[in-house]
Write a protein that binds this ligand. Structure first.
Ligand code: GDP
Ligand code: MG
Length: 163
């Protein structure tokens, strides 16, 4: 599978948007491979000259509040087990939530290599949430906009020494 990057985070932070930006049209090829589950989508990612496998943790969207935390934990643990590094996405506009905090604790306990990513940070809209993300204790957040393609150079700078 080569170097593997998992995109983790609570629902609606923009994981799939970032996944699609990194994978583009190449997902169609990967989808045909056996072993691709509904909950962990795998694709061949490209970021400038970097090539790696990326895993999107999906399948949480239809969870109820009751089942969400447990499902998120199990799914994230599986992704961490497969990945060399996790991109831990938070929503810079929404700020840090209890679910973000719970996932941060899980990633820390699992000893995962984490790059903290504050998404939806296009313009100045996310600067407060990006600042708050420092409080997760997972290092300096990379401010990006998965939707608008901003911050990809900074993300590259953080990933390149690892890939
Ligand atoms: P996921 O549940 O974490 O996979 O999140 P999605 O990728 O499905 O995105 C959830 C919502 O956030 C969608 O409405 C996206 O269009 C929106 N979104 C994703 N990335 C960005 C971004 O960079 N900026 C803004 N403003 N919205 C975004
Ligand atoms: Mg998704």
């Amino acid at each position: 599978m080569g170097f593997t990057v998992a995109i983790v985070g609570r629902p609606n932070v923009g994981k799939s948007t970032l996944f699609n930006r990194l994978v583009g049209k190449r997902l169609a090829l990967v989808d045909d491979q056996p072993g691709v589950t509904r909950d962990l989508r795998e694709g061949a990612a490209r970021l400038a000259d970097l090539r790696f496998t990326v895993i999107d943790t999906a399948g949480l969207e239809d969870a109820t509040d009751d089942s969400l935390q447990g499902r998120m934990r199990r799914l994230t643990e599986r992704a961490v087990g497969l990945a060399d590094v996790c991109l831990f996405l938070v929503d810079a506009r929404a700020g840090i939530t209890a679910l973000d905090q719970a996932l941060a604790d899980l990633l820390r306990r699992a000893g995962a290599e984490v790059i903290l990513v504050a998404n939806k940070a296009e313009g100045q809209a996310g600067s407060g949430g990006t600042w708050d993300a420092f409080g997760l204790g997972l290092g300096e957040p990379v401010a990006v906009s998965a939707e608008h393609g901003e911050g990809m150079q900074e993300l590259y700078t953080r990933l390149a020494p690892l890939v």
